[in-house]
Write a protein that binds this ligand. Structure first.
Ligand code: NDP
Length: 330
């Protein structure tokens, strides 16, 4: 098995020298174990955020779509495809037992018809459920309301805006390039796009949300988020999904002002981890699959070829090089 070993804790932006590519001999299968071969790896922002919790000297974390090659575990039969929390490696021997957090180490990909298996790392997996539950359960969007989402052209954000449209809301997306904006508006049906790198954020919000924002799905945190909150309506809802604008900072985050808009606009702000809805995992996948089949939910993948290029795919995603879900094809 080829594997990326985590050598050094990141300081600021991850460096290639923080990893070591190794070749490992795998043990033979014991009763209750199976051997899985990776077909696609996922690269996600949480890997940067959670890295301080990973011990150096171990395989770096992450999910993969893998095929079971051999099995001595009836729950994971040979030939089936799974999503496994095996990290950045090509082959894994696992017993499939859940992690100590209760999160499954591996789950069988349900029947998704002719759709690509790689979607189990995106719209039909963790990012899809993050968008679905994190938006609907926390923002509680009502028809006619205005929804704003940051990180709008990414795996999670691109789905949140489309689900907002499905629910009869106005969707405004904030992302980092005009090319991304064109995709959001022309292909995904977002009503408006704001480029946080080149547009005047305040001016554009006033133009696109003249009656204020009711729901804010926050993928980025930082100053952009504090500014957005100033334009929220009374009793607005904020779903705090992530804070990627700060993940690569070496200094502690700048103090941002949230108390003022939270108080005076009487907002509700709630953070979440998608595993809150583990008991509804397959319901989420089924819902997103149905919307794809009905033509209501579109997805895009940014695919990097080759296991050896996983690090490149990871940093490219952190820099905004991806549109939709960033994955690696082995
Ligand atoms: P994306 O596909 O959105 O990829 C990351 C994107 O972040 C990049 O494409 C880039 O787009 C944007 N970005 C990078 N740096 C900055 C910055 N300084 N300011 C603003 N945007 C930036 O990733 P995901 O959809 O997988 O994740 C989106 C967010 O959701 C992350 O914060 C992640 O941690 C969080 N998350 C949380 C989960 C939970 O359970 N709470 C589960 C899954 C994800 P651009 O060109 O627009 O800058």
């Amino acid at each position: 098995a080829k594997a990326f070993i985590f050598r050094n804790q990141f300081e600021g932006f991850p460096k290639e020298s923080d990893f070591q590519l190794t070749n490992e001999q795998l043990p033979s299968l014991k009763e209750g174990e199976f051997l899985a071969e990776a077909e696609y790896l996922s690269v996600d922002p949480y890997m940067r955020a959670y890295a301080p919790r990973v011990k150096t000297g171990k395989t770096f974390m992450g999910s993969q779509v893998a095929k079971i090659l051999e099995s001595k575990n009836p729950k994971f039969p040979a030939g089936r495809h799974i999503v496994g929390e095996f990290g950045w490696r090509t082959h894994t021997v696992s017993n499939g037992k859940p992690l100590s957090t209760g999160v499954p180490t591996a789950w069988l990909i349900p029947d998704i018809g002719d759709l690509p298996k790689s979607l189990a790392l995106g719209v039909l997996g963790m990012p899809g459920n993050t968008a679905l539950f994190g938006f609907l359960e926390i923002c509680l969007p009502q028809p006619g309301e205005t929804v704003l989402v940051t990180g709008a052209a990414g795996a999670v954000g691109s789905l949140v805006g489309q689900i907002a449209k499905i629910k009869g809301c106005k969707a405004i997306g904030v992302a980092g390039s005009d090319e991304k904006g064109k995709w959001l508006v022309n292909e995904l049906g977002f009503d408006h796009f704001i480029n946080y790198k080149s547009d005047d954020l305040r001016k554009k919000i006033k133009e696109y949300a003249p009656h204020g924002i009711d729901c804010y799905f926050d993928n980025v945190g930082g100053e952009i988020s504090s500014t957005i909150m100033l334009y929220m309506n009374t009793f607005g809802r904020i779903s705090v999904c992530g804070a990627i604008s700060g993940y690569n900072e070496t200094k502690p985050p700048k103090a941002t002002l949230v108390q003022y808009p939270l108080t005076f606009n009487q907002l509700r702000m709630e953070g979440f981890i998608v595993h809150r809805w583990l008991d509804r995992w397959f319901e989420g996948i089924e819902q997103n699959k149905k919307w794809i089949e009905e033509g209501k939910l579109k997805y895009r993948e940014s695919v990097t070829e080759g296991f050896e290029n996983t690090f490149t795919a990871f940093v490219d995603m952190l820099r905004g090089g991806n549109v939709g879900k960033a994955i690696v094809k082995i």
